[in-house]
Design a protein around this ligand. Structure first.
Ligand SMILES: [Cu+2]
Length: 227
């Protein structure tokens, strides 16, 4: 009897019935400072088949984008924007290796993390993904999107959060931009010199046209008020 139980336990251990669920919190430190935004834990090891749920710990805007993944991963791993406390997003990891992720709005502020599935990848076994570029390729196939006619440039709508007249940039919360596969995000954009920013202020709802500018960046080349 004892032997039978042990055999059953070993069999079960090899099945996904034992897959585990993990939680990583996206935290905003009310005291600000150096660690104002972070993932908790920021490093986690799981087994293939396990699921990780990212949870917005406060009423703040976070997302999750995987920018380094094992080479065998063939999809973009990216959450929608999590906007209020308790908002969550889950993903089940099946490909073993090393994954790195960040929160897009807070990447520059150091909100990054590492996930190991099974065993860490050896050098050369991972690849970098630019989520913006991947979305662009998904849309255009292998064609060079720089050749796209102006009429096919991605259009967006959103609300201006702030304007830097000197740098000629706007920070805006844009609605999802389907053409690029972007979820709703708060981002800073460089604005083409041809667009007069003096008539705009924080709170304005705008429609805009984006033009690829370099590897993983877009410039606003056209903007008008209203949706
Ligand atoms: Cu964040």
């Amino acid at each position: 009897m004892k032997k039978l139980l042990l055999t059953t336990a070993l069999m079960l251990a090899a099945t996904p019935a034992f897959a585990k669920d993990y939680t990583i919190k996206e935290v905003t430190n009310p005291n600000g400072g150096k660690d104002a935004y972070y993932f908790s834990p920021k490093k986690l090891t799981i087994q293939p088949g396990d699921t990780v749920t990212f949870v917005d710990a406060q009423d703040d805007t976070h997302d999750v984008m995987f920018n380094v993944v094992p080479k065998a991963v063939d999809e973009m791993i990216m959450s929608p924007m999590l906007e209020k406390q308790g908002d969550k997003w889950s993903y089940t990891f099946t490909v073993p290796g090393t994954y790195r992720f960040h929160c897009h709005p807070h990447e520059a502020l150091g909100m990054k993390g590492t996930l190991i599935v099974g065993e860490a990848s050896k050098p050369g076994e991972t690849k970098k993904v630019s989520h913006h570029e991947m979305a662009e390729h998904a849309k255009n196939g292998t064609s060079d999107h720089h050749d796209a006619a102006a009429s096919s440039l991605p259009q967006g709508t959103g609300t201006i959060k702030s304007i830097d007249a000197d740098k000629h940039t706007v920070t805006l919360t844009h609605d999802p931009i389907k053409a690029l596969g972007w979820p709703k995000m708060t981002m800073q954009f460089t604005v083409d010199k041809g667009v007069d920013l003096s008539g705009y202020q924080a709170g304005d709802v705008v429609s805009f046209t984006l033009k690829p500018a370099g590897k993983d960046d877009y410039t606003i080349v056209n903007m008008k008020k209203g949706r």
